[in-house]
Design a protein around this ligand. Structure first.
Ligand code: GAL
Length: 425
């Protein structure tokens, strides 16, 4: 199921409906609707092995702090959240918001903030002293007009390349942090010549091929170019963007022929099983590889996406609480519980992410995650297009659509023109 191109409009309509009724349904309705105050519905798209394990850690942390509260898992399958977003919009439209739901900072949460449907979580930040330990930029990216509306669990690096070490060795291919995008395309060719399926892509999840392009784009335009592009200060038809599209088109013949039938986590399993060699994916792939029993160092390796060393596209999972949630008070307690140091660490261990709080000791995390945590502290931090942080939901959807069409057409000029027109509409 794909989200329609009118996703942004849907959000606007949905929140309008919600606002119209929120005045009368109001606040914590312990005695109304579906339930007692001793309940909380958590809505997310975390259903893969590692995602579900990460979610369970959040729930365990919440339950430990709030014994006796029933947690309803409202997760809707579909990597990157496309399916869950569609369900969420319908629920918002029907004035049936989940108590708390997963989103991302920046434009993604901004859509809900601007519509006035979120509970103010500033008191949670104040009571738990979170402003001292959450990086300022992140607090800002979930805030508006001095109020804070989201709590973040972990940051994933979006621009990472994962590979099956044995397949690369067998093909005599080496990919390092200094491999250029052009060398990377050649390496894919070499893998194919050896009879290996070069690129693992879970294209059933629309975000996965879009992520491959997002990462290729960053490799060509760099962090400054990225910030200009998403701020509308440079053009989608620039030679750099065209070069990225060209490179992306050169990668397409190396994609697993079964890609369209696979979700991102199924593609990850194929990488671990040696059925394909290389995958462009965020740090959640680390959690999934480990969950699948693959061993870091002997079975799989990783480097920043070619051309992107020193940049960190941060994909930050963030929870919000509905202002007129059926269990608003429990929602606020959820926000507090999942912000605690222990819960953040336990979550990141399963999920492959970096704890958002700077006071969480990372020395018990695997070496990869420790290195990612270092990068998170020193690299150029960028917001993701694919995960809706840097751009509006409408443009995010156009980006997915453009990539899907480009995979068929391989027409660079139409692709960049489509993006340019979507960026200005
Ligand atoms: C991202 C999310 C990650 C991971 C991924 C794949 O949007 O931030 O936590 O779940 O989607 O589903």
């Amino acid at each position: 199921m794909r989200v329609s191109r009118t996703r942004g409009l849907l959000i606007t309509a949905a929140v309008g409906a919600l606002l119209a009724t929120s005045a009368c349904s109001g606040g914590d309705s312990s005695s109304s609707g579906s339930g007692s105050a001793k309940q909380l519905e958590v809505f997310s798209w975390w259903t893969s092995g590692s995602e579900d394990a990460g979610l369970k850690q959040l729930v365990a942390g919440f339950k430990a702090a709030n014994p006796g509260v029933k947690v309803v898992n409202g997760a809707v399958a579909g990597g990157g959240g496309s399916n869950s977003q569609a369900v969420l919009q319908t629920r918002l439209q029907g004035n049936n918001p989940p108590d708390t739901w997963q989103t991302h900072p920046g434009k993604a949460i901004g859509e809900y903030i601007n519509s006035g449907i979120l509970a103010d979580l500033t008191s949670v930040y104040d009571e738990d002293g979170l402003e001292k330990v959450v990086p300022k930029e992140l607090v800002t990216s979930v805030s508006a007009k001095g109020k804070i509306y989201g709590v973040s669990t972990g940051a994933h690096r979006g621009n990472e390349l994962w590979f099956n070490k044995k397949l690369l060795a067998a093909a005599g291919v080496e990919i390092t942090a200094s491999t250029t995008p052009e060398q990377f395309v050649k390496a894919l060719g070499k893998l194919k010549d050896k009879g290996t399926t070069p690129l693992c892509v879970g294209a059933k999840d629309a975000f996965a091929p879009a992520q491959l392009f997002e990462n290729t784009l960053l490799g060509e335009i760099g962090p400054d170019g990225w910030n200009k592009l998403v701020a509308g200060k440079s053009s989608w038809t620039s030679p750099e963007v065209k070069r990225a599209a060209k490179l992306f088109s050169q990668m397409l013949p190396y994609i697993d022929p079964d890609a369209s039938a696979l979700t991102w986590d199924q593609a990850t399993k194929r990488l671990a099983a040696g059925e394909c060699a290389v995958m462009s994916m965020g740090d959640w792939a680390y959690g999934e590889l480990v969950k699948d029993g693959a061993k870091d160092g002997s079975d799989f390796g990783y480097v920043p996406e070619p051309g992107t060393d020193g940049s960190f596209i941060m994909v930050v999972d963030t929870f919000v609480v509905a202002e007129n949630a059926k269990h608003r008070e429990q929602g606020l307690k959820w926000a507090s519980a999942i912000s605690s140091k222990d819960v953040q660490l336990a979550f990141s261990k399963e999920k492959g992410s970096t704890p958002i709080r700077t006071d969480v000791p990372t020395d018990s995390l695997p070496a990869y995650q420790q290195a990612a945590a270092d990068s998170f502290r020193k690299d150029s931090l960028l917001q993701s297009i694919v995960h809706g942080e840097a751009v509006s939901p409408q443009f995010q959807q156009s980006f997915y659509d453009a990539v899907t069409q480009f995979i068929q057409s391989k027409d660079v000029d139409s692709f960049v023109k489509y993006l340019a027109s979507a960026a200005t509409s």
